[in-house]
Design a protein around this ligand. Structure first.
Ligand SMILES: [Fe+2]
Length: 113
């Protein structure tokens, strides 16, 4: 859904959308692989993934939070509206992950070693 919206924005701009590697995302993937390579156990994997999801959402929120005022100032109202819709969903997802992180039972980590 988010990719579809980004493609819509590019259509508004009459430009071609092209996927690119992102060093921040690549770094997050590397960190995930490194952590999982330590065979941390299911509970620690769950907690790591919650935190990784939060980091990803913060990064996306910062990105959309910068693109929206740019689109607004350039008079690209449709693009700004489209991006705002995605930003709201990213913020909702971050809230969900934050609640999961706060509710995480650290006793299970100790129990699993
Ligand atoms: Fe997201």
């Amino acid at each position: 859904m988010h990719i579809d919206r980004i493609e819509q924005v590019f259509e508004h701009l009459d430009a071609d959308a092209e996927a690119e590697e992102n060093p921040v995302v690549e770094g997050m993937i590397e960190a995930h692989e490194e952590f999982m390579g330590k065979d941390p156990g299911d509970e620690a994997c769950d907690r790591f993934n919650i935190a990784a999801g939060q980091k990803s959402e913060h990064y996306e929120i910062a990105t959309y939070g910068n693109l929206i005022p740019m689109a607004d100032q350039l008079g690209m109202d449709d693009a700004a509206d489209t991006l705002e819709e995605t930003l709201r969903e990213e913020q909702d997802e971050l809230d969900t992950l934050s609640e999961m992180g706060e509710a995480f039972d650290y006793g299970k980590l100790e129990a699993s070693g």
